[in-house]
Design a protein around this ligand. Structure first.
Ligand SMILES: CC(C)(COP(=O)(O)OP(=O)(O)OC[C@H]1O[C@@H](n2cnc3c(N)ncnc32)[C@H](O)[C@@H]1OP(=O)(O)O)[C@@H](O)C(=O)NCCC(=O)NCCS
Length: 166
């Protein structure tokens, strides 16, 4: 998509990102937070101060349409070249393949930072996300049954993995 751009998220992007994230907390099982999170808690999650793991704002022209990130997979040193991916698009902008370009962007960022493996950890109910990562060449590598509880349901988590080219 020609006028799609991604930039590291800044302080003045926080409110728009949090509004979007809280929408998905309240209305979906795409994320396993239960109640809305506060600006302060969100700020701590977004600005972790690590060169490798950043959040990016996604814009289409001048419109903010979502955000995405690479984050630490696990804290132990052996996992330093593995990252977890996440992306949240505004509802009006889903289903338009923006996810493809976003994943491609994050993979390039990952490669530039020496990351070899990306993991997408997805709610078993999130068909759109599963389709996106399958389409982008990610392989199912783990299936955790009923590990998440939300809206009175026990929900699976399915991990998809891609080993990036050297
Ligand atoms: C999941 C998400 C990132 C996928 O990105 P996207 O740009 O919408 O992906 P695509 O346009 O490539 O669509 C992928 C598939 O999901 C379907 N899809 C996307 N959004 C949908 C929606 N709102 N309702 C139903 N199907 C949807 C598409 O039709 C497509 O299916 P197809 O391959 O059979 O045609 C995006 O939909 C999103 O932000 N969703 C809400 C937040 C979320 O779930 N984030 C992921 C957390 S792991």
């Amino acid at each position: 998509m020609d006028d799609l751009s991604l930039q590291p998220a800044a302080e003045n992007d926080l409110a728009a990102m949090l509004e979007l994230y809280n929408f998905y907390i309240i209305n979906t099982t795409a994320t396993f937070d239960h109640g809305q999170i506060t600006p302060e808690e969100f700020r701590q999650r977004i600005f972790i101060g690590h060169e490798k793991y950043k959040t990016y704002i996604i814009r289409l022209g001048n419109d903010t349409v979502g955000f995405c990130f690479l984050t630490q997979y696990r804290k132990k040193a052996a996992y330093d070249r593995t990252a977890e991916i996440g992306l949240y698009l505004k509802p009006d902008f889903t289903g338009k393949n923006i996810g493809d370009d976003t994943v491609i962007f994050l993979e390039k960022v990952a490669i530039s930072k020496g990351i070899r493996v990306i993991i997408a950890s997805i709610s078993g109910e999130n068909t759109a996300s599963i389709k996106l990562f399958q389409k982008m060449g990610y392989e199912r590598c783990a299936h955790y049954r009923q590990v998440g509880e939300k809206f009175g349901r026990f929900i699976d988590v399915i991990d998809y993995e891609k080993i990036l080219p050297d």
